[in-house]
Ligand binder design. Structure first.
Ligand code: G3P
Length: 215
């Protein structure tokens, strides 16, 4: 499974890169706002340090506006993937962008039929938001399973990015389903490596090593 990092914070991206866990990056307007920096400035820096797909989201809600923003941002770097919201105008935009060879990531996916429509429109990626579904007592991973089944039934090449990941269990479930990609906050990436028994075991090994005569 590919790991994308879900952040616009360059220092977090650098840390994820040093762990070897960044195959790509996903951003959204909320994540960019958190950095306090300008959109283009942040994106340009991310493109300089990451060699993989980098999702940058449009904020227009009409087709022409989305197309203008999409072409503009796609021009920044070949690794840019344009994130488009799952609305009617968005699907029209995705269709046009696909003919222009501009890759898209359809975001805010909360149902399997939305993912089917996005694939039919020619999306390169879809982003089902599992955490936000869990928040309202829907099992987010069931959505990923259904999308995966639909895509396999019709051999769609659209890749599934499991998004809105809040904890290691989300990543485990995504991996068991066989999702193509998980986009993960840095904190969760680090949690994936942790186990209290590993810490206890290591402490004991190091204590015992002190008893070994040093030749
Ligand atoms: O990139 C979109 C996303 O992962 C949102 O996560 O935690 O705001 O639901 P969250």
């Amino acid at each position: 499974m590919k790991f994308f990092i879900d952040t616009a914070d360059v220092s977090e991206i650098r840390e994820g890169l040093s762990l070897g866990l960044v195959d790509g990056v996903t951003t959204n307007p909320s994540l960019v706002a958190k950095t306090g920096r300008g959109f283009r400035e942040v994106l340009t820096e991310i493109c300089e340090i990451v060699d993989g797909p980098i999702s940058a989201e449009v904020v227009s809600t009409d087709v022409e506006g989305m197309l203008k923003e999409a072409r503009d941002v796609a021009n920044l770097h070949p690794n840019i993937v344009v994130k488009i919201p799952m609305i009617e105008a968005g699907m029209q935009a995705v269709r046009v962008l696909a003919t222009e060879g501009i890759r898209t990531n359809v975001t805010l996916i909360f149902s399997p039929t939305q993912a089917l429509i996005a694939a039919k429109a020619g999306a390169s990626y879809v982003s089902p938001f599992v955490g936000r579904l869990d928040d309202i007592s829907h099992v987010g991973l069931e959505l990923v399973e259904q999308i995966d089944t639909i895509y396999q039934n019709y051999a769609y090449e659209t890749e599934i990015i499991v998004a809105s990941i809040r904890n290691p269990l989300h990543v485990l479930e995504a991996a068991l389903v066989g999702a193509d990609i998980s986009t993960i906050p840095l904190k969760v990436m680090k949690q994936l490596m942790k186990h209290s028994l590993t810490d206890v075991g290591l402490k004991k090994f190091l204590q015992d090593w002190e008893k070994v005569p040093k030749a």
